[in-house]
Design a protein around this ligand. Structure first.
Ligand code: FAD
Length: 329
């Protein structure tokens, strides 16, 4: 923040990228209820994330002619891949009751531990409140022949329902299982030409049959892990999917009912050279000058793990590409 060549504007909503012909020349923002234009000296880097970057490109006239015409937006560049190829990690959980009551609980008996935890955290930044809750993880192959793990686990020593929004009483443990390399593809589409209206997010989870197969096998493996000897002193009965849910048909119904995003949307402005690619290997938007995209949206396929670190690498790669294309390094 001390750098003389950096200005950060908070509370600013980018509403449009401005073009002169095929050259990106500025950004329009809305701040404190007013529209302002910011001119670029050299380049614009769009980093709105996998949902906003394709939205902002489309609002600015970059996308398929048909999608833009629906909202009366004049086309600047014909890139039908903008907003397509959306991928995400879909997650499903197995939850068991913790009869040892060692878990982080929502129960009157947990109150002394909670108060002690507050004290511990306040004094030394230690104890259960210093935990990120998703304390343990793992990757698994679904068969010995698999070249790469198909499944990732996050283990939580507590119940976690509906992204943590619903409090679940009692003591429990949750094993999250997500499929790492889904084949299903969704899209981001404009709902309106108003930049303050959120776009449609259509992930099309489980639209590919292979994804169903891996989710089902991963769920069975998660169950087997909880049934292992190491959990004998803890396992006080399965809460979800529930002991009665045994057949593939019932497990599929459970997945359909309870699977949720583990927040890794990527791919909606993919890098590449085919007809659906949006940026090149230097993250420059095809067919335009002065515009790069640097965020999760440029991944052609979702990485087989958490997405934050790769996004930071994408940012670093972009910085290097800019420096080198302006002979600054
Ligand atoms: C709840 C949650 C938990 C997660 N946990 C993990 C984890 O444990 N490990 C991990 O590796 N990954 C995790 N992720 C995923 C990770 O955070 C993302 O993959 C990563 O942050 C994506 O980076 P990005 O730069 O593409 O987009 P973002 O980090 O989403 O950055 C986009 C930025 O653009 C801003 N923006 C959007 N539209 C506009 C606009 N029109 N004008 C101005 N600004 C705009 C947004 O406010 C945001 O700050 C988690 C994500 C979520 C939501």
């Amino acid at each position: 923040m001390d750098r003389p060549n950096l200005t950060v504007l908070t509370g600013a909503h980018a509403t449009r990228i401005l073009f002169s012909g095929k050259q990106a020349v500025g950004v329009e923002i809305e701040r404190k209820g007013e529209r302002q234009r910011i001119e670029a000296e050299r380049e614009i880097v769009l980093s709105g994330g996998a949902i906003n970057s394709p939205q902002l490109l489309q609002l600015s006239g970059v996308g398929s002619k048909q999608a833009l015409a629906q909202h009366g937006i004049a086309q600047v560049a014909d890139l039908p891949g903008v907003g397509q190829n959306l991928q995400d990690h879909l997650d499903v959980t197995v939850m068991v009751r913790d009869r040892s009551k060692q878990a982080i609980g929502v129960a009157p008996g947990f109150l002394p531990k909670a108060l002690a935890g507050l004290w511990q955290y306040w004094r030394k930044r230690e104890g259960f409140l210093s935990s990120n809750v998703a304390e343990t993880g793992g990757f698994a192959r679904l068969s010995p022949q698999s070249a790469l793990p198909e499944i990732q686990f996050h283990f939580l020593p507590t119940y976690l329902r509906n992204h943590g929004r619903d409090l679940a009483p009692g003591y429990g443990a949750t094993l999250h299982m997500c499929q790492l390399r889904p084949k299903s593809r969704g899209f981001i589409a404009l709902k309106s030409a108003d930049p303050l209206t959120a776009p449609a997010i259509q992930p099309n989870y489980l639209s590919h049959a292979d994804d169903w197969d891996e989710m089902l096998r991963g769920l069975k493996l998660a169950r087997r892990i909880f049934e292992a000897d190491a959990f004998r002193d803890i396992h006080g009965g399965e809460v979800a999917p529930g002991a009665g849910v045994r057949s593939d048909q019932d497990l599929r119904a459970y997945i359909r009912r309870s699977a949720e995003s583990i927040y890794h949307p990527v791919g909606s402005c993919k890098m590449g050279h085919d007809d659906m690619a949006v940026v090149d290997a230097q993250l420059r938007v095809h067919g335009l000058s002065g515009l790069r995209v640097a965020d999760a949206s440029i991944m052609p396929t979702v990485i087989g793990g958490n997405t934050n670190a790769p996004c930071m690498v994408i940012g670093q790669k972009c910085a290097r590409a800019i420096l080198s294309s302006h002979n600054l390094q």
